[in-house]
Write a protein that binds this ligand. Structure first.
Ligand code: GTQ
Length: 356
């Protein structure tokens, strides 16, 4: 008697093989020949864990300044392309990451696109991102959002090269077939908008303008300065209440709703107290980390990744992982598709051996 087979392949008898060939021109195929290939008992991501060491990439990133202008490139970015997804313009199954360089005096012109994007500043001072013409001055460790279909450009009015991490939902938008892009007025620069820091004044002080009505589902704050976020973590450390799996991990939120900052990208800043090794954690979310301060290692499945400031690593979904900071505190930024999965009722996590 044959067995039920969600995860196993039924026998391919000569009679069946012949049948499969016969029906092929009809554009139909037997599901029982496929079920076991993708109906895995638990998630199996195509992306493997990976770490990009900043010191290894930085010289090449700086070389791009002589290779192509920001104008010609549109965005001068080295993609953090996961070797397990070679050629796919992706760091993980659902997320894109890249390092963008802008040189003193350069402008990366105004455009918009349906993918949502975040910028997390890695190196240099003097650049800005303008959202609808409102400039957000970029400081190392700041998080800046350019949500779906919002006009944005970048410029560098300082004297240093400036580098930031771009995080986008490109693989997801591609899979959904919802890609739209535009140049502002066919290639013009967006005119000056509201004054610098206007969005923080309106929405970033635990207050909002009276009778405010939300426009769109993303956060009305698009700039989360590092000094504010870091201070929260440092003050929280005094409580000595550390999550066994995450240390102290704060989510950046849309202050209007308490939801993740953007519909498809969820952002976090976390402090791992020196010497505090976290417990094993596993979630369906994919996590891309940018190390801000401190050194340590993260164990992901069978791989061990040692990290220091400005290194980036990806934890694909459903891989058991934990962090081991060295003796000093570490601060890690991360972004994830957790919020997307939660909206779809698909997010699951396992702490120790308890699944939620
Ligand atoms: O800065 O607008 O890394 O449109 C990829 C696509 C950055 C950007 C990326 C983009 C941008």
């Amino acid at each position: 008697m044959s067995e039920r087979g969600l995860h196993s392949r039924p026998e391919v008898t000569p009679e069946r093989a012949e049948f499969y060939e016969k029906i092929d021109p009809l554009a139909v195929a037997p599901l029982w020949e496929r079920l076991f290939t993708f109906m895995s008992k638990e998630p199996k991501m195509r992306a493997a864990p990976y770490l990009w060491r900043y010191s290894a990439i930085r010289p090449s990133l700086m070389e791009t300044a002589d290779l192509i202008t920001a104008e010609e490139a549109e965005r001068r970015v080295l993609i953090l392309e996961n070797p397990s997804l070679k050629g796919e313009t992706a760091a993980a199954d659902s997320l894109f990451a890249g390092l963008q360089l802008i040189m003193p005096g350069e402008v990366a012109g105004t455009h918009r696109h349906s993918p949502s994007a975040l910028r997390f500043i890695i190196e240099g001072d003097g650049a800005y991102t303008a959202i609808n013409g409102e400039k957000a001055p970029m400081k190392v460790g700041d998080l800046i959002l350019t949500p779906s279909m919002v006009w944005h450009d970048h410029g560098n009015v300082g004297s240093d090269p400036v580098v930031w991490l771009d995080g986008l939902d490109i693989p997801l938008i591609r899979a959904l077939g919802t890609m739209f892009t535009d140049l502002y007025n066919g290639g013009e620069l967006h005119p000056e908008g509201r004054p610098d820091y206007d969005n923080i004044a309106r929405f970033g002080a635990n207050m909002r303008p009276m009778n405010y009505q939300a426009e769109g589902s993303h956060s009305p704050v698009f700039h989360y300065p590092y000094d504010v976020s870091k201070k929260a973590l440092i003050n929280l450390k005094k409580s000595k209440e550390f999550d066994p799996c995450h240390g102290i991990k704060l989510q950046y939120i849309n202050p209007n709703t308490g939801e993740p900052v953007m519909v498809t990208i969820d952002c976090y800043l976390q402090l791992l107290p020196g010497g505090f090794s976290t417990q094993d954690y596993q979630s369906t979310g994919t996590w891309i980390y940018s190390v801000v301060e401190g050194t340590g290692k993260t164990v992901i499945g069978d791989s061990i990744f040692e990290w220091g400031p400005k290194d980036h690593f990806v934890v694909p979904g459903w891989l058991l992982h934990h962090h081991e900071p060295d003796s000093d505190d570490a601060i890690l930024f991360s972004f994830s598709d957790k919020g997307t999965q939660e909206k779809l009722g698909l997010y699951r996590e396992r702490r120790g051996n308890v699944t939620h």
